[in-house]
Design a protein around this ligand. Structure first.
Ligand code: ZN
Length: 246
């Protein structure tokens, strides 16, 4: 460790906690990466700009390299220039890591979820917030960021301002399918939302996708030709087609 913490202080006695221990498995929950040990789980959030790399041990750290976890001849280095990242420890004795305060209110993972439409429908009854806001909130489904919320709502023909509680089950079936298709396509193309995203091949994931509505204000809708509109919801820009989305 080369500083006391990032967004929050690093766990007390982290080096002693991990020395000689074995990573049993790794997982991801929402934006949290989980390294599971016998005696607990290391929870890592990359923040806005963080990244993890496996490097040969012994490479001198640079300015923004905050934590090294050594695995024999290799080191897992956590770099985070903007320092919004986090490294936390959840002891096995404190119960299932899914119950950690940062994880317990997270919605379902959209990819591979077989009842996403039901969860969206059931979770939004009596909810008057706009569907775009509900998707971004992450308490029903995680991982649907601003770009993918805009694109999924366009693909399913749902106006982003529609009260979530007024959307029928049938329309949620279409939305769930759109979310899963849009996310799968984005992953296949190497991600998109981070300007500094670097794939394993070193290529940037940015600018590789052509969106239907996202960031296309004033340009013609690719379905009907009318101008794509932009509104602001919760301080985030939403792009949509007023003719295709109701
Ligand atoms: Zn249109």
């Amino acid at each position: 460790m080369r500083r006391e913490g990032l967004r929050w202080p690093f766990p007390h006695g982290l080096s002693a906690l991990l020395t000689g221990q074995v990573v049993g498995s790794t997982a991801r929950r929402g934006k949290y990466l989980l390294l599971r040990f016998d005696h607990g789980t290391l929870i890592i959030h990359l923040g806005m700009s963080g990244h993890l790399r496996m490097l040969p041990a012994g490479l001198p750290p640079q300015k923004h390299d905050h934590i090294d976890i050594e695995f024999g001849a290799q080191v897992m280095r956590f770099t985070d220039p903007r320092r919004f990242g986090a490294v936390l420890w959840h002891a096995h004795a404190d119960g299932d890591v899914e119950h950690h305060v940062l994880l317990r209110s997270l919605g379902v993972e959209p990819l591979g979820c077989i009842d996403l439409a039901e969860r969206l429908h059931r979770g939004t009854r009596h909810r008057s917030a706009a569907i775009k806001q509900v998707l971004l909130a992450g308490d029903i489904v995680v991982g649907v960021g601003n770009i993918y919320a805009c694109e999924s709502l366009f693909e399913s023909g749902i106006h982003p301002n529609t009260a979530a509680g007024r959307i029928s089950h049938q329309r949620y079936v279409r939305l769930a399918r759109a979310i899963q298709r849009v996310l799968a396509a984005a992953i296949a193309q190497g991600g998109s939302s981070l300007r500094d995203f670097i794939g394993v091949d070193g290529a940037s994931g940015y600018f590789q996708q052509s969106y239907f509505v996202y960031d296309r204000e004033g340009e013609p809708c690719r379905h009907c030709g009318s101008a794509v509109r932009r509104i602001v919801q919760g301080q985030r820009s939403t792009f949509y087609c007023a003719r295709c989305q109701h």
